[in-house]
Design a protein around this ligand. Sequence first.
Ligand code: NZQ
Ligand code: ZN
Length: 388
Amino acid sequence: MNNFEAYNPTRIIFGKDQHHRIPELLKQHAVKTVLLAYGGGSIRKNGVYDKVMRQLDSFRVIEFGGIEANPEYTTLMKAAAIVKAEHIDFILAVGGGSVIDGIKFVAGAARYDGDPWDVLERKPGCDFKAAVPFGTVLTLPATGSEANSGAVISRSEINEKRTMGGPLFFPVFSVCDPQVVASLPARQIANGIADSYMHTLEQYLTYPTGNFLQERQAEAILSTLIEIAPKVMQNPDDYEAAANLMWCSTHALNGNLRLGVPTDWCTHMIGHELTAFYGIDHARTLAIIAPRLFENQFTNKFEKLVQYGTRVWNLKGSEQEIAQQAIRKTEIFFQELGIQTRISAYTTDTGFIAEAIKQRFIDRGWTEMGERRAITPVDVEEIVLKSI
Ligand code: NZQ
Ligand code: ZN
């Protein structure tokens, strides 16, 4: 088992109708002015906006709506300007991963004197040193952003999607009410299942290091997602299935699974480029790339593929067959969610993409990716080519 340090200060308030906890939590932080941040308006249709607003009577509230799916840098810079001008002392992000991620960036950008894009570009010496405290009301179980300190920010005019994060960017609290699943379109439920599944695989499908607890926890999340996926897809009103989905997605990326184990994340880094170039939903990019990446890294991941196939999919046969079938089962699982696993199902403009992503990896110095640092830009190009 590798050495590790664990830190996660986010208070999770999980269950039906727990919004009444919000005033008390804000008062603990002596909050006077709240920026209420949300996306394109789903919260006004499903009642979440009203539930939250009812709790904010005793605070000065300024609203900022319109944060896009794959939150846009220019939109977020407008929110950061409001936070500065209005002396906002707390931000409440009400939405899915995009709103929450966007607010992590806003929280840092509003306390940063230079150009925040430099931070996203990781220019030497450029980093957020302070952040406005923020909480979340989760409306889409998928990213785990409600319980982690990472964010992904898009800048579509230059086809960029950049990651950021650090200890400043844990939410103070997150209200997680599984009833929100009932209003989600099937596409977003499928995305949430696939993203949670892939967060787990990125931290599990590597090589054995003897951290049996983390491995079993990952297998528990994968098995639970496989069990509840058909139920929640067929009936989003099934509270028990929805609650299990939400709890799985939080656990898949709250920092627990990575403790003492190697992690991969290369599927995510390639996937982010597919979103940057084509706007494909984040989770769908993962379902496209992962099977081909696992094939490319078949030897390096062999032991874990066998363990995954045996324990999670109950496969029988030779180790070779089990490892191959495990990849096949994973792809079928995504397809049964209604997710297409080829780039060509989303766009015909595919001629440039493998070379372009390879070049981006080279430009960023990402030349040794994956848990064994074995995925080169040439591998990335091959993975993308085979994903078309
Ligand atoms: O904008 P609104 O109107 O709210 O509609 C959203 C959006 O169109 C809608 N939605 C959300 N909750 C709803 C709802 N519609 C009906 N009922 C509800 N209860 O769903 C659409 C998608 O929302 P979005 O927030 O974009 O989805 P998701 O949670 O999947 O977030 C994706 C973003 O998170 C990033 C992705 O890259 C992407 O930008 N990620 C963040 C991570 C993190 N912070 O740890 C890790 C992930 O790997 C991922 O990269
Ligand atoms: Zn993800």
